[in-house]
Design a protein around this ligand. Structure first.
Ligand code: AMP
Length: 498
């Protein structure tokens, strides 16, 4: 298996696997600790139920991920930014065999000191390659926002990852070795580039945690000594960085590639990076979690960035068959807009335990005698030649600061609050990108509290149910919510009333 083989190869080469605030972990240590954790998992029998890992960027987070793979178990990475309520929903869904709890707060969790004891007990254990994950085994499951108000799990198996890696390795390589920025939370599929592609390429992961990110000065100090050659973030993250003039080649002289995925890369950001980092390439890539991170890529040239047109999102990997279809599912003429469907071995088997959602989102298609799996992306796109262009969504899914959010997920959770009778959430667009969210609320009953206190109470109650990035910036209390001819809340009228 390419990833575990790369770890072994890099252990022999004496490379560092991870560098973080408190030190580093070599590939040899990572190999040894992941094998020890696998030893523990194998001792639990062969139920193959997943391992849920709850924490934030700890070096052993990776040892537990890779240890799970060495024992043919899927891992479910949950960042501490997940609210408790959501975490409980995921645990109820997944029924993990083990919960590794780096926060040391859960009664049902394996705390860091207990993990350390297990690492000692199983130190030196070497799982057999036949114990490792096999092509059809789920390797990880990432939970994304769901329109029902509950997050949905996307299982990705080894075949999906092998397929992605076959194309990703050349796109992401910055030469032998190299250093990959590891700042994306492990709950998001963009982190798969660091965890699978960079480790698969034998790179060192330079970890920048949430606390460092929140302190600009500290983050820039960390970047300065990082030696990063491969930059992996959402465009939103880089947009914050370029606000400082210090974000340039002298801060990161080794950077060779900027890898972007997950949301619109603006011409302005691309142009600014090309100017500030003349030795680096800016890559725009596109893909959903359901098709293993990304399925296209394109190098953005200075000419593309300086032109008026929105940037293209790339050419497809050879192993992906794209189809652009109209509302009836018929393939549209070349150059016409429609919904993008992705067909190929990168596509997930379907949401975990959600046949209701899978029926709409996934499908099987027979090509040249083989049945392939397909996914309806919900993205409205068109092609010019072999180049894909992205035009938006056909549903209420949005990207805010790089985070994938179903608007109905926020609305359904708002309506769980006793103080809320009805709620409508509207994205506010600036230059084609969602800039913020506004919640229009029809409150339940009367309240003596001043408006601001009432709103703050709602925000903090909502924060118990959804991650903080899903809390609308603005709340507007209404006496009624207007409806349109279909009887649905008239969001256009609400936005106009602001
Ligand atoms: P996620 O599963 O979080 O990666 O989100 C996938 C969605 O992000 C896609 O279905 C698109 O709507 C959007 N997306 C991904 N890549 C890009 C891109 N390069 N430009 C614009 N939108 C993108």
């Amino acid at each position: 298996m390419f990833l575990l083989e790369s770890i072994k190869r890099c252990a022999e080469l004496g490379r560092d696997a991870v560098i973080h605030k408190d030190g580093s972990m070599s590939y040899a240590q990572l190999d040894r600790r992941s094998s020890a954790f696998a030893g523990y998992l194998l001792s639990l029998g062969d139920s193959k139920r997943p391992v849920l890992i709850y924490g934030h960027k700890e070096a052993d987070f990776l040892a537990c991920m890779f240890g799970s793979l060495k024992a043919a178990r899927a891992y479910v990475p949950i960042d501490i930014s997940f609210p408790q309520d959501r975490l409980e929903q995921v645990i109820a869904d997944v029924q993990p065999e083990v919960i590794v709890d780096f926060t040391g707060t859960r009664v049902d969790g394996l705390h860091p000191d207990e993990l350390e004891q297990l690492m000692k007990r199983y130190d030196g254990f070497e799982p057999d390659e036949s114990d490792w994950v096999q092509p059809e085994d789920t390797c990880y499951m990432i939970f994304t926002s769901g329109s029902t108000g509950k997050p949905k799990g996307v299982p990705i198996n080894l075949r999906n990852l092998e397929n992605m890696f076959a194309s990703a390795k050349d796109i992401c390589s910055t030469g032998d070795g190299g250093v990959c920025l590891n700042s994306v939370s492990y709950s998001f599929d963009l982190s798969v580039i660091a965890v699978w592609v960079a480790v698969g390429l034998g790179m060192t992961l330079y970890t920048i945690d949430k606390k460092t990110t929140e302190n600009f000065k500290e983050m820039f100090e960390a970047l300065k000594v990082s030696g990063v050659t491969l930059w992996v973030t959402t465009p939103s993250y880089a947009e914050v960085c370029v606000m400082s003039d210090d974000f340039n080649e002298s801060l990161m002289p080794e950077v060779r590639k900027f890898f972007f995925c997950g949301e619109i890369l603006t011409n302005k950001l691309a142009a600014s990076l090309i100017k500030r980092f003349p030795k680096a390439t800016v890559l725009n890539t596109y893909g959903p979690t359901e098709a293993t991170v990304f399925v296209t890529s394109v190098e953005i040239t200075r000419e593309m960035a300086d032109a008026q047109e929105p940037l293209p999102v790339g050419r497809f990997f050879e192993t992906i068959t794209p189809r652009i279809v109209d509302e009836e599912g018929n393939v549209v003429a070349s150059g016409e807009k429609g919904q993008l469907q992705l067909i190929g071995n990168s596509v997930s088997v379907g949401y975990f335990g959600r046949p209701d959602l899978n029926e709409k989102a996934f499908f099987d298609v027979e090509t040249a005698g083989t049945v392939m799996h397909g996914y309806n992306t919900g993205d409205i796109c068109y092609m010019t030649g072999d180049m894909l262009h992205y035009c938006g969504r056909n549903d209420l899914q949005i990207k805010l600061n790089g985070f994938r959010i179903e608007i109905e997920d926020i609305e359904k959770n708002l309506m769980k609050l006793p103080s809320v009778k009805r709620a409508a959430v509207c994205p506010v667009y600036v230059d084609g990108k969602v800039e913020s969210l506004v919640a229009f609320i029809l409150p339940e009953g009367e309240s003596d509290l001043p408006k601001l206190k009432r709103i703050n109470a709602m925000k903090s109650e909502l924060g118990q149910l959804v991650p903080s990035y899903m809390i609308p910036r603005k709340f507007v209390l209404k006496e009624s919510l207007p409806t349109n001819a279909n009887g649905k809340v008239d969001k256009k009228a609400l936005l106009a009333s602001l």
